[in-house]
Design a protein around this ligand. Structure first.
Ligand SMILES: [Zn+2]
Length: 112
């Protein structure tokens, strides 16, 4: 056969630093759209809170009446020291161990 392919097309990559959604930014739960300012590629992503069991060790669930439960390997430890399968119903916010100052509202998760 007289005609043959001699190479693949060059892979065109957008090198803009904001091409991908920011990875180290904490978003509130919701559906987000990220548009690259250079090439216009749109990407959608969902931010949601994991289940109580999937939250990382050290996560705190803060109560509306003060205090918090802390995620431990066996469940959620109340400040009394007792460990429960989940935090109490008055938990309104969570904070992750790497960003303890950021209290994330639980409302979006409870509305499901
Ligand atoms: Zn781009």
């Amino acid at each position: 056969m007289p005609t043959r392919k001699i190479s693949d097309l060059p892979i065109l990559r957008c090198g803009h630093p904001e091409h991908e959604p920011p990875r180290y930014q904490v978003f509130k739960p919701g559906v987000y759209e990220h548009t690259c300012p250079a090439c216009g590629t749109e990407q959608r992503f969902i931010v949601d809170l994991p289940s109580w069991a999937d939250m990382p060790i050290g996560t705190r669930a803060h109560s509306s009446i003060g205090g918090y439960w802390e995620r431990v390997p066996s469940g959620w430890r109340a400040q009394s020291g007792c460990v429960f399968p989940t935090p109490g119903g008055d938990a309104t916010h969570v904070s992750y161990p790497d960003t303890p100052e950021l209290h994330i509202p639980l409302r979006a998760r409870k509305e499901r």
